[in-house]
Design a protein around this ligand. Structure first.
Ligand SMILES: CC(C)(COP(=O)(O)OP(=O)(O)OC[C@H]1O[C@@H](n2cnc3c(N)ncnc32)[C@H](O)[C@@H]1OP(=O)(O)O)[C@@H](O)C(=O)NCCC(=O)NCCS
Length: 326
């Protein structure tokens, strides 16, 4: 009896952690597999420039080496020679397991490889899925396969994440920072008390995102993102926010949802981007979405969907780093 093609495909594959020198192959699979379905939607191909993605992959591989897994197929040339045909990457940040990437070469899709990779990079039994463990990811709203696959294991689409691009042509559309709220650059605070600043940022993250992720803040600083702490008149830490000359705004964590729009106004005024700004805004941060559109930013197609198995963050007060890293 011949095995059905899916079993044959799956049966021929091996799974193992990626090697740092193979990350370039993964960016190629990312580009090929996305272009494959977006062409069917008459969308332009992704640009070839994958520098930022390569740096993200290096970060994911460095922080969670056992959760960055490739599927390989013997390529038939020499014994032991193999070809990477798919990969997935996830990170564990305290109780939050976040699936950052899952991509399968088009020619072997719909054969169970994506589901197998999900198992390979899944949360350690007992770790994330204890009492308060959470699983989450971000998907393309135009891609039913990934949404169905993750929802089939309980990670269900919940909130749109909007990609807004542009310049504050009408900066007054952003409300001013309330009097008594003072932005202080991270580098000034870090010089005075590095550990104190790190503890303050962790506390703001735990309050808004539900987990602390100092290792990702270290990556943001390596990426040249500049941070500000927003202090109240009693010197308490109310929020933080980042922006870069490269144009990325975020993450932002605030103890008050009404401060997101004024903070976006401050960040988009404090930095002059080389090109345009880009910011990821959850639909739940509605006042910030309205102000950013009124300031002149444009909405990019298609919204991303934030998915989870149980609630963990207050996305009316937190703006993620990107769909690949919250
Ligand atoms: C998304 C992706 C990783 C999934 O991997 P895959 O190997 O094709 O998926 P699998 O065959 O393992 O599983 C897909 C499952 O979804 C189900 N499915 C697919 N489309 C569906 C739909 N429209 N409604 C309901 N279920 C659907 C399939 O039946 C299958 O379920 P099964 O295992 O119970 O049969 C892969 O298709 C891919 O790389 N796509 C392009 C890039 C991409 O979108 N990546 C995800 C970014 S968020």
């Amino acid at each position: 009896m011949t095995a059905d093609p899916d079993t044959a495909v799956r049966g021929a594959l091996s799974y193992r952690p990626v090697r740092p020198e193979e990350l370039g192959i993964c960016t190629e699979i990312w580009r090929i597999s996305i272009n494959d379905y977006t062409r069917r939607l008459n969308q332009p191909d992704l640009e070839a420039e994958t520098g930022p993605l390569m740096r993200l992959y290096s970060h994911l591989q460095a922080t969670d080496p056992e959760r960055f897994v490739v599927a390989t197929h013997p390529d038939g040339s020499e014994p032991g020679e193999e070809r990477i045909v798919a990969f997935a990457a996830a990170v564990q940040r305290e109780r939050l397991w976040f699936l950052s990437m899952c991509f399968v070469r088009p020619e072997i899709q719909a054969s169970g490889v994506g589901r197998a990779l999900l198992d390979e990079v899944g949360p350690d039994p007992g770790a994330a899925n204890g009492e308060d463990g959470v699983r989450a990811t971000a998907t393309d709203s135009a891609q039913p396969v990934s949404n169905a696959l993750y929802a089939s294991v309980g990670i269900v689409p919940r909130v749109p994440l909007l990609n807004l691009i542009g310049l504050p042509l009408r900066p007054d559309a952003f409300p001013a920072l309330p009097s008594g709220l003072t932005p202080v650059p991270f580098d000034v605070l870090a010089r005075a008390d590095h550990d104190g600043l790190a503890a303050t940022v962790d506390a703001l993250d735990r309050d808004a995102l539900g987990v602390a992720h100092p290792i990702d803040h270290a990556f943001l600083r390596k990426e040249g993102r500049r941070g500000w702490l927003y202090r109240g008149s009693d010197d308490s830490a109310i929020a933080y926010g980042y922006a870069t000359e490269a144009g990325r705004i975020g993450p932002v964590a605030s103890s008050d949802p009404a401060l997101l729009a004024p903070i976006l106004g401050h960040l988009s005024g404090a930095i002059t981007p080389r090109g345009a700004f880009a910011v990821w805004l959850p639909g739940t941060a509605d006042q910030a979405v309205v102000a950013t559109l009124r300031a002149g930013f444009r909405l990019e197609p298609f919204p991303i969907l934030l998915c989870w198995d149980r609630p963990f963050a207050d996305l009316s007060r937190y703006l993620p780093i990107s769909p690949g890293l919250l």
